[in-house]
Design a protein around this ligand. Sequence first.
Ligand code: HEM
Length: 542
Amino acid sequence: DDSDEIDEESKHRQLDEVRENPEGEDLTTDHGVEVSDTDNSLKASERGPTLMEDFHFREKMTQFDHESIPERVVHARGTGAHGYFQPYEDPDLGEYGDISDLTKAAFLQDPDQKTPVFVRFSTVVGSRGSADTVRDVRGFATKFYTEEGNFDLVGNNIPVFFIQDAMEFPDLVHAIKPEPDDGMPQASSAHDTFWDFASLKPEITHMLMWLLSGRALPRAYRMMQGFGVHTFRLVNEDGDSVFVKYHWTPKLGTNQLVWDETQTLAGKNPDFNRQELYDVIEAGYEPEWELGVQIFDEDEAAEFDFDVLDPTKIVPERDVPVRPIGKMVLNETPDNFFAETEQVAFHPGNVVPGIDFSNDPLLQGRLFSYQDTQLNRFNSANWDEIPINRPLAERHNNQRAGFMRQEINESTVSYKPNSIGDDDPQEVPEEEGGYEHYAEKIDGKKIRNRSESFQDHFGQARLFWNSMSETEQQNIVDAAHFELAKVDRPEIRERIVYDLFNNVDHEFARRVAEGIDVEPPAEPGDELPDHDAEDPTLSMLN
Ligand code: HEM
């Protein structure tokens, strides 16, 4: 039984099979031929042209020419680390810790078992070579190599998101990424596109508040919270399900840089966050997070004044406290950035029995997007065979072939049903561990609209603003001044102030307006200022 074999070191043992360390070895070609000279190409006479028959030159250059793969379309820049997850011991925590009544997921049951993990932290918008300390969301993606298969918790450091439906994601990313004409990420034109999109999408308001706060400027990756963002489901042995929100809480607390520090660091050390994590782990510190869950059922969900399927909302902790269930420790840096951090491929659709999805329309769309983009990134469906992505759980199925297939399948049949393969892999009933999707009852018409229950865009943004100290509020106003001052078009700045911020808090809207050359709204709920009809900016609005 594999289940007893998984421990903290299991993934390392698996990776050891492909580790290569050439210290003291002879230099060879990829085909194992020893090389006598790797500095000089083979030429027709001492000063003559290079010869095609120089196989070492051809191979060395070809390999180099093909070194780069596409960067992730978002979250391109990141850093990774190995570690383990361990459920908390029950007794000290009373009702906390043990959640065996809520989920059958094996890796969450045994406080003596350490499940290997690989975590990748990232910025979202910048290219692979951009600076770390920019104002941005941070990705916080964890791959658990469990005995029941890989579970990926692909979260962010901010608990809400920009949009409510996956259909809007390409628009959001096109608005936020460098401009199509000049490719410049920081020029003021790029600020126009993002803020233009934002000003026309009131659902973005709650996320904007977090993004303008210090949460978007983490001091260190090990001082950052993580959130699953969406509502997910847990399912227990009896097939009962509850809703869950995931929280990672850093042991060191949540700490932020201030804006001036981020700007200085972006110049002096663009690798500030990546280097910090690498250096502390190399120095023997072991960054740690607590995994907590907010648990609620369908009836409780129906009582909230927001929809739990709406990813622009949090479930307030005063309504549903966070229950700590385990810890994650990062204790080893990768040996090879490309093989591990660059090639790791997370996917919110990687779940294990006991963990399931909700109908959040953003999550539902993600379930398609990740695998699809990874086909682009790896140019093959076999990226799951790459060591960092390979599960520790055994794999047997009739999937076959494709670019770079590594497995040598021995069976003579690769189809089902069949009458000639006695030993071929058999389906596993749910009681014996087979994954079964939660049988949620669905009844309704096919429809392409936004649920009425997704319509309050300002209530939680206001809660966020009101929960800030005066200094934090000032930082948010200053951030809005900095960002919006780079927006050339006045009508975009006005819409942000009048259509979004004035619905969050009137004083906040006034303070922002004053720093960005917009007439401050006189009253809460004020309409946009009335321009001369000839004003070209007005016609752009229509
Ligand atoms: C990465 C799509 C929303 C967290 C990615 C990637 C894509 C993508 C295409 C690149 C993956 C790769 O190349 O391996 C989407 C879509 C979304 C969405 C379509 C909405 C419809 C979110 C949300 C979160 C999130 C809500 C957080 C809860 C991440 C993280 C990564 C990522 C952490 C980086 C994973 C890594 O380190 O490799 N996303 N995303 N995304 N996404 Fe999303």
